[in-house]
Design a protein around this ligand. Structure first.
Ligand code: NAD
Length: 492
């Protein structure tokens, strides 16, 4: 059964998943989860507290010895079965994501496909998980490294791309031999439950993967503070990440942080303007701007500024809002987020920003109840204005004019973040000069500010993270310990 359909209220309840079964919150409390498209009650979510988290951690601890004893190849085969189940149930998973997050169906399907690729890549890692063989200064000594699991992985994810976020962390954690307690996002609870059920069907032993639903405080925080959790991987806002770094760091847990971004998108005077507009609009507005890698600051050379601005406004105004097939963007995930984006736009207006298009919630009757924001383009803000520097996590982009590439780079590097960046130019010299110098973990040329793949490291400089990189082979450094084994061979 998938969730508990309480007959009295007819409201679906999404419980925790502990030791291979649905588990009710010990305090009996539930949170309301609303449909982002129409503000109707969608389901109730377990409002878990520390007791539920401790239960999940104890369960993961009990499952650890047997799971970590399996060979990586065997673990990879089990993960391969999960991949097959994800493929079989892709439509059902996509439908769940579309409803919970308000994503148009093709975007939800695209997200599942991305999650499957992640899963496939790390299932295959069971046949690699390479160590190194090392030379030695001592005659007869041979040395090599092996990767060993850390223990219990506490994974905390946001709702913006829920199944991709779950796959991103769960598969590398499991292939390395860890067991997992995952704190699902309060706005995407059911996809976490569906995924957990699917892991059981695929043959993952009970207790190896556990899900706790609920809020950051108290549920997420209880995962961070528990001494038994050896590695914490968190994707979310920079403020929460700072707190996790402090608390997890104090008890010497390994902490991997994937945090916010205010990603620059530079358009040079030799760019193909139509291509630049195409990628700028995708970077700024896809997934309703709810992407850490959203291109939310567009920096344009003065000589092409007017032409670019006109095309970008036309593009933004042509985008179709809604949740049906073919729509370009849906609502943001909850009302609090919608209100905070509208407030950020109002502040920008007061600080001298000119709203070139959008700037408010749409008034069409079919969208008016949902948490929609019109694609918004703002110009005239100084580089230090709040909206020029602060992540809004919505379909809002600011335009900035520069004279040359040096000024573009200076502006690109002017925030505390450093996640991704893009530049549009026909000049290899300009592109490489910029890519080498921009403060970003990902630098793209003639593309969007996003587009990482499962085998590519993703992560940021500055306030965008703490130096770790997931996914790619680099994720193995997050979820495993390296051990150096040496032995001495005597001649004869
Ligand atoms: P958020 O920080 O509010 O919440 C993220 C998750 O952390 C949720 O599950 C939440 O319940 C939990 N949480 C909140 N407070 C906590 C606490 N004190 N202890 C433990 N867990 C806690 O972020 P959000 O608004 O849900 O997500 C948007 C943010 O995520 C943006 O800043 C975005 O840039 C970032 N993000 C980063 C990446 C990346 O890879 N760098 C990817 C996606 C999203």
């Amino acid at each position: 059964m998938d969730g508990d359909l309480t007959m009295a209220s007819n409201t679906m309840r999404i419980p925790n998943w502990i030791n291979g079964q649905e588990t009710q919150p010990e305090n009996g409390d539930w949170l309301d989860k609303f449909n982002p498209h129409n503000d109707e009650l969608l389901c109730q979510v377990a409002d878990s507290d520390a007791a539920d988290v401790q239960h999940a951690i104890s369960t993961a601890a009990a499952a650890f010895p047997a799971w970590s004893d399996l060979t990586p190849v065997k673990r990879g085969q089990i993960l391969g079965e999960i991949v097959a189940a994800m493929k079989r149930r892709a439509d059902e998973l996509a439908e769940c994501i579309a409803i919970e997050t308000g994503k148009p169906p093709q975007d939800a399907k695209g997200e599942i496909d991305g999650a499957i690729l992640q899963a496939e890549y790390f299932a295959g890692e069971g046949m690699r998980l390479h160590g190194r063989s090392l030379t030695s200064g001592m005659p007869g000594k041979y040395s090599h490294t092996v990767r060993q699991p850390r223990g219990i992985a506490g994974l905390i994810v946001p709702a913006n791309t829920p199944i991709a976020n779950i796959a991103w962390k769960t598969f590398p954690a499991l292939i390395c031999g860890n067991t997992v307690a995952l704190k699902a996002a309060e706005d995407s609870p059911r996809i976490a439950l569906l995924f957990a059920q699917l892991t059981k069907e695929a043959g993952l032993p009970d207790g190896v993967f556990n899900v706790v639903q609920g809020r950051g405080q108290p549920a997420g925080a209880a995962l961070v503070t528990d001494e038994r959790v050896n590695v914490i991987s968190f994707t979310g806002s920079t403020g929460v990440g700072r707190w996790i770094a402090e608390v997890g760091g104090k008890r010497l847990a390994r902490v991997s942080l994937e945090l916010g971004g205010k990603n620059p998108f530079v358009v040079c005077d030799d760019a193909d303007l139509d291509q630049a507009v195409h990628w700028a609009a995708l970077s700024a507005f896809s997934n309703a701007g709810q992407r850490c890698a959203a291109g939310s600051r567009v920096i344009v050379f003065k000589s092409v500024y007017e032409a670019f601005r006109g095309k970008l406004i036309a593009k933004a105004q042509s985008l179709k809002l809604g949740v049906s097939a073919g729509c370009d963007l849906g609502p943001v995930v909850n009302k609090r987020q919608q209100q905070s984006i509208l407030a950020a736009i109002e502040t920008a207006r007061q600080q001298g920003g000119r709203i070139l298009c959008g700037g408010s919630a749409p008034s069409e009757p079919e969208l008016a109840q949902g948490y929609y924001i019109q694609p918004t383009v703002i110009e005239g803000l100084t580089p230090s204005a709040e909206l020029s520097c602060k992540e809004v996590f919505g379909p809002v982009v600011t335009l900035h004019v520069v004279e040359n590439l040096a000024e573009a780079l200076q502006l690109a590097n002017a925030t505390e973040y450093g996640l991704t960046a893009a530049i549009h130019t026909r000049s290899v010299d300009r592109a490489m000069w910029f890519a080498q110098r921009v403060k970003a973990g990902v630098a793209n040329i003639n593309m969007g500010t996003y587009g990482s793949e499962p085998h590519m490291p993703f992560g940021g400089f500055g306030a965008s993270g703490n130096g770790s990189r997931e996914p790619g082979v680099e994720a193995l450094d997050v979820y495993s310990e390296l051990k150096n084994i040496s032995f001495l061979v005597r001649a004869g």
